[in-house]
Design a protein around this ligand. Structure first.
Ligand code: GLY
Length: 376
């Protein structure tokens, strides 16, 4: 794994005939055509991105393909979660058909989680499945959503309720691109990075405690953090692609997060990664109340998130929130409910998460009540 920041890290996602590589490093945008060319059966790619990424990075990508003699056509969609729905899905699919993209071609998803999920799903259903490449441009997308093949859209009934498992053929994570991210978005993505340490790698959490504050400005450390996160995700996905078991650990903090996101309207009040950070802290709190982990563990989690400057507590969310009972009810609507029971990812310590199906509701309610009281 590179710590000098100069070389490319390659993380394989082992899935038999659908295996692929995640390549992580600096300067990958400029090299994108060289990296993707071996996948092409004709010298043509269709790229879908959003207006923000297009304004900052599309020229560089287009130049790379032009220099390689590969024709690039691009569609841009509006940025933001609202694009992850039926209207933009239809637009993407129809545009790809107009571009005469065939099954032997490659579609490129160039953007954050919204673009990756939407374009991945469009690729899954276009002509019953065409190959696609992810070029994630946010920290959250590089360490989580671009890897593992979960694609889909939101509907009026909820988030990510329509979709498909459709693995990319390649993921190119250029860590230089993260330098153009607003600080708040970078920190939100960090919520997913810290999650990997908390769920299964205590040594990585130790490393993040020391080095996390440097990631935004130190490319070598940033590359190490992205690579280690992707290695963790790749391992879990290889062992449990369709979330029959171990993959659920990736949802550490997410049951709380989804309830808080619903309560705040999926908007600027709470970004997904901020909700994950708060959710991880709450999951450790619940674990400690149940006697599963030491008192020190939740304190360490919260101290580190505080040192990073991200949201840590429910009290850090501006504006009013529903009651603890109402938040618990919102958790019950989460799609990960199995047989009417709430499923939580809890921990026996830092790096030791497990799936718990029988968490007493009153303990969760108690933790939420105290967290909300701190807000007043
Ligand atoms: N983002 C969770 C997963 O990919 O399973």
């Amino acid at each position: 794994m590179a710590m000098d920041g100069a070389s490319i890290d390659v993380v394989p996602v082992e899935l038999g005939t659908r295996s692929y590589e995640v390549r992580i490093g600096q300067g990958l945008l400029a090299r994108a055509a060289t990296e993707i060319a071996p996948l092409l059966r004709r010298r043509k790619v269709a790229v879908i991105t959003d207006d923000t990424v297009a304004a900052t990075h599309l020229m560089e990508l287009a130049r790379a393909f032009e220099m390689a003699g590969i024709t690039l056509t691009a569609l841009t969609i509006p940025p933001g979660e609202q694009s992850k729905g039926w209207p933009q899905l239809a637009r993407c699919v129809e545009w790809l058909l107009e571009q005469k993209v065939e099954r032997r071609d490659v579609v490129v998803a160039f953007g954050g989680g919204v673009v990756g999920d939407l374009v991945g799903f469009a690729s899954a259903i276009l002509r019953r499945g065409v190959r696609f490449v992810q070029i994630p441009t946010t920290l959250l997308a590089q360490v989580d959503s671009s890897v593992g093949g979960k694609t889909g859209i939101n509907t009026a009934q909820g988030k990510n309720l329509v979709g498909a498992f459709h693995q990319p053929s390649l993921v190119l994570a250029d860590i230089d691109v993260l330098e153009t991210l607003p600080a708040r978005d970078f920190l939100a993505g960090y919520g997913e990075v810290v999650k990997y340490g908390l769920l299964g790698d205590a040594a990585f959490f130790d490393w993040l405690e020391v080095n996390g504050p440097d990631l935004a400005r130190d490319p070598a450390k940033r590359q190490y953090a992205v690579t280690r996160s992707v290695q963790m995700k790749a391992g879990i996905v290889s062992r449990d692609e369709t979330e029959e078991g171990e993959r659920a650990l990736l949802n550490l903090g997410h049951t709380f997060c989804h309830a808080l996101e619903k309560a705040t309207g999926y908007g600027d009040r709470l970004l997904h990664g901020e909700g994950v950070a708060i959710g991880c802290a709450l999951a450790f709190e619940v674990s400690q109340r149940l006697g599963l982990c030491s008192q020190e563990a939740p304190s360490r989690v919260r101290a580190h998130l505080r040192a990073m400057g991200t949201k840590v507590d429910i009290a850090d969310i501006h504006g009013s929130l529903p009651s603890a009972e109402a938040l618990l009810a919102l958790m019950g609507q989460d799609k990960k409910v199995v047989d009417g029971k709430l499923r939580f990812i809890l921990a026996r310590g830092i790096g030791e998460a497990f799936v718990a199906d029988d968490v007493p509701h009153d303990v969760v309610l108690g933790v939420l009540t105290e967290a909300l009281a701190a807000k007043r």
